[in-house]
Ligand binder design. Structure first.
Ligand code: UDP
Ligand code: MG
Length: 328
């Protein structure tokens, strides 16, 4: 399956924050299922600034086992950053992400890999029988999945499940900011990835506790707004700001015309009407929005050109000189 001669077939990336009691069983479960795969693999464990002895255990694993790499971040940067660090170090053709608390089950990895082999770029795990509190976890998550699916157009039942497999080049082309790891499939879709979803197991957390509270709901909604904005206007922000700005300016001019008409034909003083204030506000807002759109256009040019990023992703190139590419 490997497309790279130097890396393994599969990289499993696991973010770890204060999971000392889980690491022993995590190793046991990973080892059992990965050894049966008949494919080369590596496991990258990223300690996200734990202070509970997790690092000492990860360190020992990496020293004792050739397939294991441990990375220690300088402080707690959050799950997204820990995943990003692991992904940067991963050398496999396929990257599987999963949690360290064994709520995800490595027994599902072969199923995910089968999806990749079928030709999908992202195989998303769906915790069909989720083992978390209904009111505080499962219900908000159902609403979030519905909203994210509707807004992004990438219909998945479980964005929140970390256990997913990605073709390496697709995952590595995504920059993960803030807490955006939840939106990875939607972000992959922007580069044209083929995505599928399969049910995976889910177990209750045995040791340690969840690192998230109910306040993540608002954060997810704000992140969704960002993803929607980037996917719709990411390369053309002036269209978003410019449209709003132009509407605002038109309303302002319309109001001024009305006020002039009122003065000429009904003899009203301009300052008698609050509409003059509204017209001035709309004028200022319109100018501001247009200016913001132009600044955003400068910003995205800096973003793309400073990193030599392309505004497209090529799937296949066929030419007479190299007809080796697959058919349609
Ligand atoms: N995690 C992390 N950094 C953090 C918070 C969480 O690396 O700041 C890891 C954590 O150790 C676990 C995974 O991210 O492996 C998911 O966290 P958790 O189980 O708390 O989330 P939940 O399953 O409750 O959504
Ligand atoms: Mg968990």
């Amino acid at each position: 399956m490997s497309t790279r001669s130097d890396g393994p077939d599969i990289s499993v990336v696991v973010p770890v924050y204060e999971e000392a009691e889980n690491i022993g069983s995590l190793y046991g479960a990973l080892n059992m299922h990965l050894e049966q795969l008949n494919q080369s693999y590596e496991v990258i464990l990223v300690d996200d600034g734990s202070k509970d002895g997790s690092w000492e255990q990860l360190h020992r694993l990496a020293v004792e086992h050739a397939h294991y790499t441990a990375i220690r971040l300088r402080r707690n940067f959050g799950q997204s950053a820990a995943l990003a660090a692991g992904i940067d170090h991963a050398r496999g053709a396929v990257i599987v992400l999963m949690d360290a608390d064994l709520q995800n089950d490595p027994a599902d990895i072969p199923k995910l890999l089968a999806g990749i082999q079928e030709g999908f770029d992202v195989v998303s795990g769906w915790r069909e029988k989720r083992q978390d509190a209904f009111l505080l976890r499962v219900l908000p998550s159902k609403v979030a999945n519905y909203l994210i699916s509707r807004v992004t157009g990438v219909h998945l039942r479980d964005y929140g499940c970390t256990l997913k497999a990605y073709r390496s080049e697709v995952l590595k082309s995504i920059r993960i900011y803030g807490e955006m790891h939840r939106f990875l499939p939607a972000l992959a879709d922007l580069s044209g990835a083929r995505i599928t979803e399969i049910p995976v197991q889910h177990h209750p957390r045995k040791y340690g506790r969840s690192k998230y509270g109910i306040n993540r709901i608002l954060k997810v909604l704000l992140d969704l707004l960002t993803v929607k904005f980037i996917s719709t206007f990411g390369t053309k922000p002036i269209h978003a700001f410019g449209c709003l700005g132009t509407v605002s300016l038109f309303l302002s001019f319309g109001l001024v015309l009305w006020l002039i008409y009122d003065k000429l034909f009904h003899g009203k003083y301009l300052i008698e009407s609050p509409l003059l204030l509204l017209a001035s506000l709309l004028f200022l807002v319109g100018i501001q929005l247009l200016a913001l759109g132009l600044v955003a256009e400068l910003a995205i040019r800096t973003w793309y050109e400073s990193q030599d990023k392309k505004v497209y992703y090529v799937h296949t190139v066929v030419s007479e000189a190299d007809p080796s590419a697959e058919g349609p």
